[in-house]
Every structure is written in structure tokens, then in C-alpha cells.
Design a protein around this ligand. Structure first.
Ligand code: V47
Length: 396
């Protein structure tokens, strides 16, 4: 156990103000003057936030219900600026979706294929090697590796994939495999998740992305992704990963059939895990894109709902260091506004994205580091290039 942070799993870096969370830089004023003019429903919450008191589920209900959207933004902004100063981060990364064949039929997904469609993808190692050589570069910091749950792939495929990536691009941080993939690997290998994580780590895995959590609600699970890992098992798995010493992110897929109470249940669950393990680096609210999914009739939620959800996330998840406004899903303009509603990161260059674009996203597939820095600068924030674990930070 880490004596500075007794809840922290061995091997994980504590969340404390330091190079990662510097607090307001010298001379940077945390903008709190707006906090003097909040609507009456938000005033008691302001007192809690300023005192550093944890917000309750009921406080979260007030945040989702308030008509004082500016007050909500001011509160979230205050917390973010207290933690991260005026910085907003991004990374230089690429996605690698090694397969889109998937045995599950999640109702929110437009990415999955049965396997007999012409655009089914299963990357072999020659392809991965050539792709990384031709299209990745030495300055790149991260590869985000996820795929469908493809019943054709044996356990060795995954270790070989990691070894191939590390052999071809040794400096890349591999952020790979959701809790769904890790559980599937436990199933096909007949071994515990802890064994799977160790084998993958030995082959080159550095951390795990936050996907697959969807909404940690038994009701939504039953209705939209029954058959896939249930919420309590996602939680149990992520705790095991953190205890093994790997950091992960956590996502929440919102804007479909879930209620705001279910969003709050999700946030409270993530906060509880973080209290135990300290393993989450970022929380990422993912806005649902309905096109080409069985839920197409639902349409898309509003930009305002996205901003509100980012702000509530920042305020409820007081123990998670970073909130990501994922530009691919939010769109560039809402992601920019997200940086003034509690978020301090916009993900990275991405370059090739399928999960959201198969579901109708109109954002570009990728942006250059200069474009990302420009987007951040337009909001008044200082753009900072980061690596996945926030160990390397470079103001740009
Ligand atoms: O788990 C699937 C979501 C997730 C749709 O950890 C959809 O840094 C919107 O987790 N509309 C995968 N969302 C993506 C993900 C992620 C992305 C970027 C960074 C990180 C990180 C993680 O995407 C899935 C699911 O919740 N998703 N289909 C859709 N139609």
C-alpha cells in the first residue's frame, strides 16, 4: 500500500497536486466571481464545493434540474481550474480497431459486424506491422486498441498483437482492451482476470481505456446490452485491473434511454471504485450517436445536455483527476465549450475512428496536434500535450 494515499492500489500514481495536477499556476486567477450570483438552488452546493465537501446523489439531482446553467458551469469551472489551472490537455494518438466482428448485439452500436459482411475487419500481424510502420510516427505517444468480441480469435492473438505493436513502435504507450475484452479473454483462456492482465502486460499492455461501462445500471443493461458483462462485473473487473497496477479510464454512454438518476448512479459507482483503488485517470461522458443503430428513432441529445453532463461529472467525481470532452463525439464546438464547463482534456489526434463515425458522426476522422492546440487556444486555455499517464507534459 502507498502510505501517502492508503486507498491506492500498488503501482498506481497517487492523485495529488504535483506536476500532473498543478493547481492554479502562479498568477492564474481561478474564476470564482460568478459564484456570488448563483440561483438559490445552487447556493448550498456552492458552499459545499468551496468547503471541499463531497456532493451527494441528491445534490447531483439538483445539478441536473437547475435552470441556472451558467451557475452550474461556473461551479464546474471553479473545480476544474482549482485542479488543473488554465491548462487543457490533448495527446498525439491513433486508434487501432483490430476487428469489428462481434458476438454481441448492443442496441447502441453501429460498429459491430456479424463477420460475413464485405467490410468485416480482422487485422493480421503483417497488416498491423505494415500499418504501424507506414501510418504511425515516432512522435506519437499512444495507440488506443479496441475491437469487437470476435469468437474466432484465440488468446494468443491478443498477446501477439501487443508484441507486434511494441516491436514495431517500441515507444508507443498501448492503451488497450476494455473490461469486456479482458473478461472475454478470461473466459477463453479459462484463467482469472488477474492472470490475463499479467499476460497482456508482459506482452506490452500499458493501460486500459474506459469503454464498455456504458451505463452502470441493471435496467439499461437489461434493455440495451443484455448478455454483455453486467454492471457489477464491469466494476469488479476494473478493480482487479487497478489492483494489478494498471491505470484505466472510465466512460459513460449518455443521451439514449437512461435517466439522469441513472447517470448519477453511474457517477457515484465510479467515485466509489476510485475511492478504493485510485486507478482512474479520466472520466469521459460519451454522447450517443444513433444513426445506423437499432435506436436510431431516439435521435441525438442536445449540446446543452452534453455540457450539463460534463459539468455534473466534474462536480460529482471529485476524486477523478481529469474530465475529457471527447471531440470526436461531442463535435468541435461543444468540446471547446466543454473546456469551460469542467473538462480539462479533449483526447487526441485519433486519425481513424470507426465506432462513432459508423453511427453518423460528422466530425473529422482526425485532427493534427496543431489543430487541437488551436481549438484549445481559442477557448482561452493553455494547450498542453500530454502522454497517457500525464507523466510527460509539454506546453505548446
Ligand atoms: O464502450 C458505442 C461507445 C465506447 C456508440 O478511454 C458509442 O480514452 C456513441 O470507450 N454512439 C468506446 N458512443 C469508445 C471509448 C473511448 C473513446 C475515446 C477515448 C476513450 C479512453 C474511450 O463508445 C463504447 C460505447 O460506450 N459507443 N457506440 C454510439 N453509437
Amino acid at each position: 500500500m502507498n502510505s501517502a494515499a492508503p486507498h491506492l492500489a500498488p503501482g498506481l500514481r497517487p492523485f495529488e497536486r504535483g506536476p500532473t495536477n498543478p493547481g492554479p499556476e502562479a498568477g492564474f486567477p481561478v474564476r470564482d466571481e460568478l459564484l456570488d450570483s448563483l440561483a438559490p438552488d445552487l447556493a448550498p452546493l456552492r458552499d459545499k464545493v468551496l468547503a471541499g465537501t463531497r456532493l451527494s446523489f441528491e445534490d447531483g439531482q439538483t445539478l441536473f434540474a437547475t435552470s441556472d446553467v451558467h451557475g452550474l458551469a461556473a461551479l464546474a469551472n471553479y473545480v476544474n481550474e482549482s485542479l488543473n489551472g488554465n491548462r487543457a490537455t490533448f495527446t498525439f494518438n491513433r486508434h487501432l480497431n483490430y476487428t469489428n466482428k462481434c458476438q454481441y448485439r448492443c442496441m447502441f452500436c453501429a460498429f459491430r459486424r456479424d463477420g460475413d459482411e464485405a467490410d468485416t475487419v480482422v487485422m493480421d500481424m503483417d497488416y498491423v506491422r505494415e500499418h504501424l510502420t507506414a501510418n504511425f510516427s515516432d512522435g506519437m505517444k499512444e495507440v488506443h486498441v479496441v475491437g469487437g468480441i470476435n469468437p474466432d480469435l484465440p488468446f494468443d492473438y491478443y498477446t501477439e498483437l501487443l508484441r507486434t505493436i511494441k516491436e514495431t513502435r517500441p515507444h508507443l504507450h498501448v492503451k488497450g482492451f476494455t473490461m469486456i475484452e479482458l473478461n472475454h479473454l478470461a473466459e477463453i483462456s479459462g484463467k482469472p482476470v488477474e492472470w490475463v492482465v499479467e499476460a497482456l502486460r508482459e506482452a506490452g499492455l500499458d493501460s486500459c481505456p474506459g469503454g464498455g461501462a456504458e451505463v452502470l445500471s441493471p435496467r439499461v443493461h437489461r434493455k440495451l446490452y443484455n448478455g454483455k458483462l453486467p454492471p457489477e462485473e464491469w466494476i469488479a473487473t476494473v478493480k482487479k485491473v487497478h489492483r494489478a497496477g494498471l491505470h484505466t479510464n472510465a466512460t459513460m454512454l449518455f443521451g439514449h434511454i437512461e435517466t439522469t438518476d441513472e447517470r448519477l448512479d453511474h457517477m457515484v459507482a465510479i467515485r466509489g471504485v476510485q475511492e478504493e483503488t485510485g486507478g482512474f485517470l479520466q472520466f469521459i461522458p460519451l454522447v450517443f450517436h444513433p444513426e445506423n443503430t437499432p435506436l436510431q428513432r431516439l435521435g441525438k441529445t442536445t449540446g446543452l445536455d452534453s455540457l450539463r453532463t460534463l459539468a455534473v461529472s466534474r462536480l460529482m467525481l471529485d476524486n477523478v483527476p481529469h474530465i475529457k470532452a471527447y471531440w470526436i463525439m461531442l463535435g468541435l464546438r461543444i468540446a471547446q465549450l466543454g473546456l469551460l464547463h469542467g473538462a480539462d482534456d479533449i483526447d487526441g489526434t485519433v486519425v481513424e475512428e470507426h465506432i462513432t463515425h459508423d453511427a453518423g458522426a460528422t466530425t473529422p476522422q482526425g485532427l493534427s496536434t496543431e489543430e487541437l492546440a488551436g481549438l484549445i487556444r481559442e477557448t482561452g486555455r493553455q494547450p498542453v500535450l500530454r502522454d497517457t499517464l500525464y507523466t510527460e507534459l509539454q506546453a505548446v
